[in-house]
Design a protein around this ligand. Structure first.
Ligand code: AQP
Length: 332
């Protein structure tokens, strides 16, 4: 039976890319009746420095974002990673399965560690091993993510394959990444070559889930574009990364294909298209951000939901970790 797992880091600035690439699709999976486990991955967040008070707030705000976007804590399991110790316990086993060379090839490691790798945290280097544990401690079969996580998911498969091979078992499933839709890689509004990112120092580069209507409209109005009109088919967006990005966002928000959008809107200038996109973005995001703000007024309720989710998550993870320890030869 299919089981879905995915996570988002509570590192602040939850943005439109996280929503379209991840959250919105989590809700679709849940509503298709697939057993779904979603995690605020706080242990991943601290691989780079997080102020403790900010981390606490970002974790609750992310949980509010999940619920406001349509995740039902009764149907899906919602929790934060550090409350289920089995993730880190399995990650240690995987640290002993994975190879240094595998980690060194990860583009996120290279990007985030930058030039001074010696000064990056050991946690940042081992990040993909913990991510493999997040997924495999539930024997999850499908992982909905944005395009940027594809390489980490391939590594998750490699770890499962090597574990199964080394111990001569058929224990961990080979998970399928689910990377689909018009917005698997939402780009920065200021630079069509960079992905929209929480850590971009320019706030104008992204639409935050907490932005109000005026801010969203202003950021879209100022988004970088080219002087041409919209083409009438997707082919016409090749070599036009900024235009393609805005059309992809429109398509994803309006739940249409890019070709369908361009059949309607081809020939329009950006001066006309941008206000349409802004109206659509506000219509879709404002109810979510309002609900997030409402939920954040009662953090004890959020904490209760996370705690309850953690207990349900642990009930699945504990027996799988136990069997893993048996396979590895730990005396119990
Ligand atoms: N620009 C994006 N387009 C589509 N999907 C995206 N995701 C992230 N950025 C985009 C997806 O969101 C989920 C959670 O991401 P995360 O917080 O775990 O990872 P991240 O890559 O660290 O997010 P950011 O926003 O880019 O943060 P920084 O700046 O720290 O790198 C994942 O499914 C991811 O694919």
């Amino acid at each position: 039976t299919p089981r879905v797992f995915s996570g988002i880091q509570p590192s602040g600035n939850l943005h439109l890319g996280n929503y379209l690439g991840a959250l919105k699709r989590f809700v679709e999976m849940q509503n298709n009746g697939i057993e779904s486990i979603y995690c605020m991955v706080d242990l991943h967040a601290i691989t780079v420095w997080q102020d403790p008070a900010d981390l606490r707030n970002a974790t609750r705000e992310l949980a509010a974002g999940f619920i406001a976007a349509g995740l039902d804590p009764e149907k899906s399991i919602l929790f934060n990673q550090s409350q289920v110790a089995e993730h880190t316990q399995l990650a240690w086993i995987f640290n002993c399965v994975a190879r240094m060379g595998w980690m060194q090839r990860m583009t996120q490691w290279k990007d985030k560690a930058g030039k001074n790798q010696q000064n990056a945290s050991l946690g940042l280097f081992a990040y993909p091993s913990l991510m493999a544990a997040d997924i495999l401690v539930y024997h999850a079969t499908h992982v909905p993510v944005g395009e940027d996580q594809k390489q980490h998911l391939e590594l998750t498969r490699d770890i499962a394959i090597k574990f199964n091979h080394d111990y001569g078992v058929d224990f961990f499933p080979i998970t399928e990444p689910v990377i689909e839709g018009a917005a698997t890689r939402v780009m920065s509004l200021r630079d069509g070559a960079k992905k929209m990112s929480k850590s971009d120092t320019s706030d104008a580069s992204r639409i935050n889930m907490t932005d109000d209507a005026d801010t969203i409209a202003r950021k879209i109005r100022k988004a970088k574009t080219d002087p041409l009109a919209l083409p009438s088919e997707a082919k016409g967006l090749e070599e036009r990364p900024e235009a393609r990005n805005l059309v992809n966002i429109y398509a994803a928000l309006s739940e249409q294909g890019v070709d369908a959008v361009l059949r309607d809107l081809g020939g329009k200038q950006f001066s006309e298209f941008k206000p349409m996109l802004a109206d659509l973005a506000v219509a879709k995001l404002a109810p979510i951000s309002e609900e997030m703000a409402r939920l954040m007024q009662d953090v004890t309720e959020i904490d209760r939901i996370l705690q309850n989710g953690a207990a349900r998550a642990r009930a699945i993870a504990a027996p799988i970790l136990d069997r893993t320890y048996d396979i590895v030869g730990m005396v119990r």
